[in-house]
Design a binder for this molecule. Structure first.
Ligand code: SF4
Length: 394
């Protein structure tokens, strides 16, 4: 048995990787029973029972979905690096819409070239596209026209006839309009994300989001009215200034809106975030309190018929905890599972994208990086396209 020292004491014991459920999946694949998997996590890795059962539950959720996955399929990710404002804890390279308004048309032009170039490779390889995920940033910061141009280009160049899931992040309610939702519906987007992070207006202000909890309620109403019946909502445990009551309030207000999928993130202090720069100015919860919050969320969501199906850990998360996606049965996001479990090739387009090719026979994973900044991406587009040539070998 591995030695557990004080430094490694955390709910996840000595596990430092970002994908604990992947270990549980491997153990189940090797023929271990549920009890044996739990024992392995507790005795060999030093995790708590709670975390062992979480990893096991997520691994169990994966299995039927993996059985239905196209083994020769790929998923496509498209990154839109624009947001209406920068969240306190954000480390992504995003461009505020005011400064970036001029950049958006150029960015979409470049993206369309990458879509065409990559679609050609995919069609040459004959690989079916199983899921498409447009994330960011906040894709709905684009104007309806640019949104339509981009998705239209995807349909024009890519065979999406076998696509099983099409997600678009509409994370900020202040970017959502009925016109944009109608564009998404027109192109068969069947899953969207509307992310409150907190339903406490005072916290939303602290974290730099220029919207209120009521804006979230309105956006959800609009999305339901437009026919979206698979909606994810993200919340964060451990936001600055939040105590247990505030977190419970967020969860109960979110669940009143009945999203099919709720993702519970644990606050993480990212190196290039404003939060990290001004850390002393913020009142962050202690690890034990955040641990209570995430335990509470798991029980609360289970009572509402939602179960953990994917999870990952990040560096510097309060209490060394994790992020967990909970969904009602049948609403698990295929894309999230494929990317987190690394069981399908994900082709990423746009700046900041990391394409990951997965060879299921050898378990070999290769990565192809796009540059992070939108301007660089536009200027160095030819280079980005040629980097995609590696995919011709697949
Ligand atoms: S919405 Fe997401 S990508 Fe945009 S600033 Fe906030 S954390 Fe960053």
């Amino acid at each position: 048995m591995s030695e557990i020292t004080d430094e490694t004491k955390s709910p996840w014991g000595i596990l430092t990787g970002i994908r604990p459920a992947k270990i549980a999946t491997k153990l189940l694949d090797e023929g271990m029973s549920d009890d044996e998997v739990i024992s392995y996590f507790i005795n060999e890795c030093g995790t708590t029972y709670e975390k062992a059962s979480l990893a096991l539950e997520a691994a169990r959720a994966l299995r039927p979905i993996r059985d239905d996955m196209y083994r020769d399929g790929v998923s496509i990710y498209i990154g839109i690096p624009f947001c209406p404002s920068r969240c306190l804890y954000c480390s992504f390279v995003t461009n505020g819409t005011k400064q970036a308004a001029a950049l958006m048309p150029e960015y979409i032009e470049a993206l369309k070239k990458e879509i065409k170039y990559t679609a050609d490779i995919i069609s040459h390889n004959g690989t079916p596209v199983e899921t498409v995920y447009i994330g960011g940033g906040t894709p709905t910061t684009l104007t309806p026209r640019l949104l339509e141009e981009m998705i239209d280009c995807l349909y024009d160049n890519c065979d999406l006839s076998k696509m099983k899931e099409f997600t678009v992040e509409a994370g900020r309610p202040d970017t959502i309009t009925e016109e944009k939702l109608k564009v998404l519906k027109k192109y068969n987007v069947d899953r969207i994300s509307i992310n409150p992070q907190s339903m406490n207006d005072s916290t939303l202000k602290i974290i730099g989001r220029a919207h209120s909890a009521d804006d979230i309620r309105e956006a959800m109403k609009m999305a339901r009215h437009c026919g979206f019946d698979n909606i994810n909502m993200d919340v964060i445990a451990g936001l600055p200034g939040e105590d247990m009551e505030m977190f419970k309030y967020t969860l109960s207000e979110v669940e009143k809106l009945e999203p099919e999928d709720t993702t519970v993130h644990t606050m993480s202090i990212k190196r290039s975030s404003r939060l990290n720069e001004y850390l002393d100015e913020y009142d962050l919860a202690k690890g034990e309190l955040v641990a209570e919050m995430v335990s509470y969320a798991r029980k609360y969501l289970a009572e509402r018929g939602k179960f953990p199906y994917y999870m990952y850990r990040q560096k510097n998360q309060l209490g060394n905890l994790e992020n967990v996606g909970y969904s009602k049965p049948g609403f698990e996001s295929l894309y999230n599972l494929y990317i987190m479990e690394e069981i399908q090739t994900i082709i990423s387009l746009g700046c900041g994208g990391v394409t990951k090719t997965v060879d299921l026979e050898t378990n070999r994973i290769e990565r192809i990086f796009n540059v992070k900044e939108a301007k660089d991406y536009i200027e160095r587009l030819d280079e980005m396209l040629h980097r995609k040539d590696v995919l011709r070998r697949i």
